[in-house]
Ligand binder design. Structure first.
Ligand code: PHE
Length: 355
């Protein structure tokens, strides 16, 4: 069996040497490491070994598995670097060239989605509101029931304006890049007469580990309704109408209980993933948009916390209300079938030109 493992290693090394694309690298991974792959095939024989032999072969096989995994990830990195180096060369721009009229440019997929959302909400009687991207701590946190030292501040950690400016300011008045569009809820409730029925599209920022769903700058659409006799049924019905219009008729919604300091009760709402058609897989690979679960979180929501209302001078006994925060980038990715919302920020003309 040791021989077989050695042969497998040789074979792997010779094949990876000739692998020249991410697609082929994935095929190689499948061929060697997956359940139906060559390594597993060899390991089926392990049950016939003596306990002593097993003690040796087991760790050896594991070593080989880790070796193959590392080689594949190294190669993947290398291929990616080569790809970007080539792209840089191919896509160099000569600013002295005449601009061809057919390449005039058009809206970015996120703007297209945001505009579409605005249109849908305007047709449902909402007003579009705006707020500053550089916010004060009080509106981004305190007035949303997230006081200083509240653990939820970690979840919404963000980029603060330089110490030289902020150090001079009192707690609550310090400036930061807003982590969500929710401060505009506060601004509007403090400013407007009731009833309120607004949407707030806008750019937000987070101190975030980036992946297919997370980027440190992205777009949200906040949605706030405050009035008499607003019910959960209104919320659910409106949301379903919007999602079906935006994505596709068969969109399923899933409500999960959650915690937001400024809503009570709170929920996170997922939609069935359009990228993998709710299967969790794209071709034979795990769907990275939904982490192979079939569901993508698109919204945080629910009834605004009474304390938030009272702090904004609204009688929480008399009025009911709900609020949502939608992830426009994820909606755009779902709508246009783009497997990672991170791609929207990579200035890839080839991607953007398709929409
Ligand atoms: N502001 C929340 C976030 O960014 C989302 C949210 C908005 C939740 C409105 C509830 C109500 O995560």
């Amino acid at each position: 069996m040791q021989n077989k493992l050695n042969e497998l290693k040789e074979l792997f090394l010779s094949e990876i040497k000739n692998t020249d694309s991410q697609e082929n690298l994935e095929i190689l991974e499948k061929d060697f490491l997956w359940k139906t792959g060559k390594l597993k095939e060899i390991l089926k024989g392990i049950k016939d070994l003596t306990p002593d032999e097993k003690k040796i072969i087991g760790p050896e096989a594991n070593k080989l598995k880790v070796f193959i995994e590392n080689e594949i990830s190294e190669k993947s990195k290398k291929l990616e670097e080569e790809k970007f180096a080539k792209m840089e060369e191919d896509e160099q721009i000569d600013v002295t060239l005449q601009f061809p009229s057919k390449d005039k440019g058009h809206k970015h997929p996120i703007s297209i989605t945001s505009n579409l959302l605005e249109e849908i909400f305007i047709s449902l009687g909402f007003t579009v509101e705006d707020g500053p991207q550089v916010e004060v701590e009080e509106f981004n946190f305190d007035k949303l029931n997230i006081p200083d030292n509240h653990p939820a501040r970690d979840v919404w950690d963000t980029f603060w304006i330089s110490d030289e400016i902020n150090n001079e300011k009192e707690s609550g008045t310090k400036n930061l890049l807003r982590t969500h569009t929710s401060p505009v809820q506060v601004r509007t409730m403090l400013k407007w007469e009731l009833p309120i029925k607004i949407v707030v599209p806008g750019r937000v920022f987070r101190y975030e580990q980036e992946d297919a769903r997370h980027t440190c700058n992205f777009y949200q659409l906040e949605w706030l309704v405050v009035g008499e006799k607003v019910t959960f049924g209104d919320l659910k019905g409106t949301l379903e109408t919007v999602m079906k219009k935006l994505l596709w008729e068969k969109t399923e919604l899933r409500f999960r209980p959650s915690i937001f300091p400024f809503t009570e009760p709170s929920a996170e709402i997922d939609v069935s993933c359009q990228i993998c058609q709710w299967t969790g897989k794209v071709k034979w690979k795990k769907c990275s948009m939904c982490s192979a679960t079939g569901w993508v979180e698109l919204l945080g929501a629910w009834m605004v916390h009474p304390k938030v209302l009272e702090d904004c001078g609204i009688d929480s006994e008399k009025y009911s209300w709900f609020a949502f925060g939608m992830w426009i980038d994820r909606i755009a990715a779902q709508r246009f079938g783009v497997s990672s919302s991170r791609m929207f920020y990579q200035s890839k003309l080839k991607l953007n030109e398709q929409f």
